[in-house]
Design a protein around this ligand. Sequence first.
Ligand SMILES: Nc1ncnc2c1ncn2[C@@H]1O[C@H](COP(=O)(O)OP(=O)(O)OP(=O)(O)O)[C@@H](O)[C@H]1O
Ligand SMILES: [Mg+2]
Length: 357
Amino acid sequence: MSNGYFVGWRTFQIDYFYFFKISRHNTLIYISIDCLIAIRDLVKRYDNLTAVDRLNLDIHENEVFGLLGSNGAGKTTTIHMLATLLKPTSGTATVNGFDIVTQSAKVRGSVGIVFQAPSSDDMLTGYENLKLHSWLYSVPRQVREKRIAEVLDLVGLTERKSDQVKKYSGGMRRRLEIARGLIHKPKVIFLDEPTLGLDPSSRESMWKYIERLVKEEKITIILTTHYMEEADMLCDRIGIIDRGKIIALDTPSKLKGMMGGDIVKLKLVEKKRPNTDMLKNFSFVHKIENISDDGLLVLSVDNASRNLPIILKYIDAESVEYTIPTLNDVFLRSTGRNIKEEAEGGFMEKYARYEQK
Ligand SMILES: Nc1ncnc2c1ncn2[C@@H]1O[C@H](COP(=O)(O)OP(=O)(O)OP(=O)(O)O)[C@@H](O)[C@H]1O
Ligand SMILES: [Mg+2]
């Protein structure tokens, strides 16, 4: 108990140590070393619809966490509750150690949010939008100009800062909104569908800005998306959310690993039944199947690009093809549906277009 601190095990199911401190007002507060957001049994109901269904999740400091799900899965509802814009029906969460229900003002001061729908004032310039937000978030006057310059530089808009936002492209508007969400140096930023409505090349350039943000601002990012590639590319961990529940949670590579490895299809020479005994000895081969009348041998293996030459030493094949599992395969296996079929056109998407007005 030296210096007023002691270390305790938490009482509910998280695996990290917590530091507890008796504050000046003799109240017990806790700061987690690693877990920046702890979500406990969070529920949001709209009449008969349960949009978020007893969600439990820990998000760690400095990670990029992706909530991946189809339209209506509950992504926006979840982050709006975490950012205190919506009240949970039941359950709670702590963000930066503050309770989203009982300490909402403190939560709001330590998070930034970029909405799914466009929300900057397009009659103002980029600079004016940022200045307005720096007032709203009480950024001290002495550092205001410096901070505006920093965030403009971070999102590559310094040269266009004096243009009205209505003259910006979709990608530029989105970047301005990210800059706006960062103006008060939050510890956490929520990016709701950061690339929705952008064309593929603007999407790719947005990913670069998000990567830069991670590096330079040392911030925790929670992003929602229904783009598999985006989640795969940007996120340290992904929670696949379906009907308000997290149904799979891990790093992108471990999620893809759930599929049991790469799928190799070997078309056998003259449909000859091969001797597969040798293959069974290799630890990288997980499954050998389907020696069908078509003369196809289908294998599940780790790292097909490296291990194929070894396999081909033992199997005579006319042709070979292999596929590496994608997050779409994981989504399909977890939900029984294909996310791509459902992308674009859901609950909020009609508001999220960035065409020039
Ligand atoms: N204000 C509301 N009133 C009633 N139902 C709502 C409201 N907001 C959201 N919903 C419903 O809650 C569910 C979750 O919606 P939410 O916007 O969180 O989904 P999402 O995963 O963000 O979807 P999208 O990919 O379309 O943005 C949907 O079925 C939606 O219709
Ligand atoms: Mg949404």
